[in-house]
Design a protein around this ligand. Sequence first.
Ligand SMILES: Nc1nc2c(ncn2[C@@H]2O[C@H](COP(=O)(O)OP(=O)(O)OP(=O)(O)O)[C@@H](O)[C@H]2O)c(=O)[nH]1
Ligand SMILES: [Mg+2]
Length: 398
Amino acid sequence: MGQPFQSVNCCPCVIDEDEKAARKVSRKIGREMEKEEKRRRRVVKILLLGTKEAGKSTVLKQMRIIHSKDFEDEESRLPFVDTIRKNVIEATQILLRNMERLGMSPEDDRNRSHNVPVFIKEAVLTMFSTDPVSILALFSSILAIWEDQGIQACFHRRAEFRYDYLNDSSQYFLNRIAAIADPKYVPTEQDVLRARQCTAGVQQYSFDFRGVPFRVMDVGGLRSERRKWIHCFEDVTSVLFVAALSDYDKYLLDKKDNRAVNLLEESLALFKVVISNHCLQTAALILYLNKTDIFADKLMERDLTDHFPDYVGERGNSDPARLFILSKYKDIALSHLESSPGGDIRRALWSSRSQRSQEERLLYTHFTCATDNENIAFATAAVQDHLMQAALKDFHFA
Ligand SMILES: Nc1nc2c(ncn2[C@@H]2O[C@H](COP(=O)(O)OP(=O)(O)OP(=O)(O)O)[C@@H](O)[C@H]2O)c(=O)[nH]1
Ligand SMILES: [Mg+2]
């Protein structure tokens, strides 16, 4: 008897409670959405751009080390084992190809036998990755080749390896063959930073710095990868352009007109395209002139003047040489400001955004060595600071 009566009396009350709860949830969702929208608008989105092998992904790895302590535990470094072993095999294959091309040969009779170079030249890591015994056999042949005086002589002529260059980490890994061949090999943090894998598509990494969310996007610098860049340009607050100083004596073959293109010239041309892009006119511009370590070593043996005859600074001295290269990027940035409509937008925006000097506001530059933690930690902190200053003055933050 009491049951229906109770339910009739209870019903409006239940609806009321349900409605209240629904309104509460909806208000909460609204607040969350508002918060998310605010956060989305506040995100400092950094786009890493530059030609292939300039060091973009290495800079990203450093950011992950600084902000998330990534690669601290062994587990997170193990996925790099295959990449590093592949780097060693490919470096040896490049050495053998160039040795042949330069008319050189190994000195040790065992390495001169036809079988050894062919065994290495045809090696593909996937053939070996599951079998530690055959990996050891392959790597002991590679070690014997690397220690051969003939190969060492060829390595010292690496500047002549036109278009078929060794990766910048090759020597580092070839000097660690014994450790890398060990079935229990676990890469060190430095090994991870040196590992070379070209980026395909877009890699993203997010972190918070002093309460401000940052999102970093890393793209591939290969010519064929660059057409994908446009998809990342929306909402970009800053472009971090990475250029390898040490590219001044390297060339790529432009297959369209069978022409040798200097890699530093290629980077300068790309920089011009990037800063002229209309989607990026309000973005902060940061330039990392990277690979200062390789650049300094290289200059001792190979003159900048041989590739850039307009360089008149002291030979072998990396200080005036890197300032000369920096001036080439600055000239492009300044001529863009003076001559293009996009330049007006950039000048107007950045003249009020930061306390820094006029020049730094337009193009914020650093000389970097991306494999050096301290150097990158310093540059990254300065860049974040620079972007925070700009962002706080920006109306999104008001
Ligand atoms: N010695 C030295 N090696 C560097 C430096 N920066 C990067 N490298 C090495 O150069 C190689 C290429 O670096 P990545 O970071 O993969 O280059 P990237 O710009 O991401 O190249 P893509 O993905 O092809 O566009 C890696 O083996 C790095 O370890 C540097 O400052 N000094
Ligand atoms: Mg990359």
